[in-house]
Design a protein around this ligand. Structure first.
Ligand SMILES: NC(=O)c1ccc[n+]([C@@H]2O[C@H](COP(=O)([O-])OP(=O)(O)OC[C@H]3O[C@@H](n4cnc5c(N)ncnc54)[C@H](OP(=O)(O)O)[C@@H]3O)[C@@H](O)[C@H]2O)c1
Length: 336
């Protein structure tokens, strides 16, 4: 079988396509023939050595994929050949609070990921693919979808809340769709005029261009009658956090997930104190959250937004496309 690996050198051009034996499932494992994988910003950071350079080489990158079970190891009772499944970002976070053991099971980082024709998962490390979704669509869910779900529901989202999503990347669009499905109003930002209309079509009540309005938090306050939003899905990090605090209502929540403005920076945290804002770090989510999200996705018939699909042999081109920032929603790689 074919698989891609990061093997000691970093950079998109250094990603290697190699041949290896199809692995056999051990006790408690299942073998999945992958149908599709999808890219997250993290994968770009991983491949370019900007996430961590301390990786278990050779490492198969990418956390998100979907496919069909082709074999089960001894003791597996939950799955059978032919079942359509999505891998969980963390192979061992069934439910409850995150612990220090959980990150050691992150696909495409701590352990091998899904950019391969066949992948071994732990029995409790997959969920069923919602029936109305294709492998391509299912492949978009594990990181971007579950992270957005966690951001909203750890934030205590209720019908009638206002949610701010930033940009039109994978997590933000899931945030938009899932918030709308829960009866929330969504304000979206984007740096692209071309993407503004599409954000409205997807359900954003208002769209603010952060290039036209560099002080976009003032626009958010204007649109909420000076109150601010209930929940912010914060993808920018140090460069945008202060603005997000200002855009948040008294006692609101910032679900802090991203580093799009860089991994370092300084800011004055005092406005968060004065507004009683909770700043909550989010690291994807548990299998239980994945199941809860899938229930909503199935019930509401939500279809993930796919920007572009690349063939398996063009995985490097797919990463370059993500790097360009031209995408809207998810970049998918066909594996079948
Ligand atoms: N903590 C976690 O568990 C977790 C999970 C998933 C992702 N993340 C992080 O969340 C961030 C987004 O990930 P992703 O995979 O959704 O990324 P992505 O699909 O690559 O989306 C990036 C988009 O964000 C927008 N953007 C770029 N710079 C921005 C800025 N300064 N302010 C507002 N928007 C900006 C752009 O959209 P426009 O062209 O519309 O402006 C860009 O296309 C990344 O930093 C990623 O590492 C964290």
């Amino acid at each position: 079988m074919k698989r891609y690996v990061i093997d000691g050198e970093f950079g998109i051009d250094e990603l290697k396509l190699v041949e290896s034996d199809i692995p056999q499932p051990g006790p408690g494992e299942i073998l999945v023939k992958m149908g599709a994988a999808s890219l997250n910003y993290r994968d770009l950071l991983m491949v370019t050595g900007n996430y961590t350079r301390n990786l278990p080489f050779p490492l198969v990158p990418l956390s998100d994929g979907a496919g069909a079970v082709v074999a089960t190891g001894p003791g597996v009772t939950r799955w059978k050949e032919g079942d359509r499944v999505c891998g969980c970002f963390f192979q061992e976070w069934p439910a409850g609070r995150i612990t220090s053991e959980v990150p050691k099971t992150a696909l495409g980082g701590a352990i091998n990921g899904v950019l391969a024709e066949y992948v071994l998962f732990r029995e409790g490390g997959v969920v069923s693919l919602p029936e109305h979704l294709s492998f391509r669509e299912g492949a978009t869910l594990p990181c971007a979808g579950v992270t957005a779900w966690n951001c909203l529901h750890t934030g205590g989202l209720t019908c009638g809340d206002t949610v701010l999503v930033m940009g039109s990347g994978g997590v933000s669009l899931f945030g938009l769709q899932l918030a709308r499905a829960a009866g929330a109003r969504v304000i979206a930002t984007t740096g692209s005029v071309a993407k503004e209309e599409r954000l409205r079509e997807l359900g954003a009540g208002e769209v603010i261009n952060y290039k036209t309005f560099p002080d976009w938090e003032k626009q958010v306050l204007k649109l909420t009658g000076g109150t601010g939003v209930d929940i912010v899905i914060e993808v920018g990090g140090a460069g945008t956090l202060l603005q997000s605090i200002k855009a948040c209502r008294m006692g609101g929540q910032i679900s802090l997930i991203g580093v799009l403005t860089g991994q370092r920076g300084e800011m004055n945290p005092f406005p968060a104190v004065m507004k009683g804002v909770s700043i909550h770090g989010i690291y994807v989510g548990s299998r239980e959250m994945f199941l809860e999200m899938n229930r909503t996705i199935s019930f509401q018939g939500i279809r993930p937004v796919i920007d572009r699909v690349f063939p398996f042999l063009q995985a490097r081109e797919a990463l370059r496309h993500l790097e360009s920032g031209a995408h809207m929603g998810k970049v998918v790689i066909d594996i079948l």
